[in-house]
Design a protein around this ligand. Sequence first.
Ligand code: PBG
Length: 326
Amino acid sequence: MNLNYPFVRPRRLRNSPQLLALVQETKLDPSKFIMPYFVSHGKGIKEPIGTMPDQFRYSIDELLKELKKVEDLKIGGILLFGIPEHKDEFASEAYSDNGIMQQTVKAIKDEYPDILIINDVCMCDYTSHGHCGIVDEKGYVKNDETLEYLAKISVSYAKAGSDIIAPSDMMDGRIRKIRESLDEEGFVNIPIMSYSSKYASAFYSPFRDAADCFPKFGNRKSYQMDPANSDEAVLETELDLEEGADIIMVKPALSYLDIIYKIKQTFKRPLAAYNVSGEYSMIKAAAKLGYIDEELAVLETLTSMKRAGADIIITYFSLYAAKLIG
Ligand code: PBG
């Protein structure tokens, strides 16, 4: 090929909005967005989350009002996190028939049967110590014991009517255990969206404030991945796919665009990127200070995730971006 100026001028195709639209390679689509929500017990609650401007903790009745927007904007789905009334070392509210998630899923399915409901499966919101599993005397999260609980929680969400089970705990072997348990209970057609490459990240802090799940001691580095590692993401993803994951994930998104690219290229399977709470709040904070333009920054960052290879984007900006795309 003889790509030579002045015959080749890339600027020719940037000369009008029509031309730009014609050659645009990546397009955001609200049907590929997933909007996370935090749900708590009670009535009439829409409580602002201090570290996540414009995000709220909803009681079920208030969430139902909010979900009209999700339906109207044709958002791909919602990802639910529960804030329990009761925490203990076994996360028992997570698998209680009358737990916050079970009540929420049933209520949504009654009013909005067509909204796709994804349930995050983890124990940290529900444990007294804030870790993602069963903890031993030394504070270590016990892998194999935790699997039993994760499976129990998953089956309980499926019984309530969940459409997708999304384990975020990072225990080894969880996908196989959850798949087997769902199948035994007859839920062979409920997909698993695995948080397959989940890094131990500083960008989860606002979420931990929102869901009240800061670990009371230690950190999550014995189960979440080291941000320095890339090959390890391939191993984690391969294991989850072999164990039966239907959708894989990279989390967080912005500091891990290389991982998104690599995982998509390697596996060519449906891939979600989680644009996490800290990524959301950084943009909100900088925009509030007038340092950046919020609309442009949101569209640019979401586009970069898609361009890197994400099919699905989990983002607190779902409704905002859907309105912008119009
Ligand atoms: C639960 C979980 C976390 C997030 C999603 N599921 C927190 C954590 O692992 O500490 C973070 C999401 C976000 O920051 O938006 N394990």
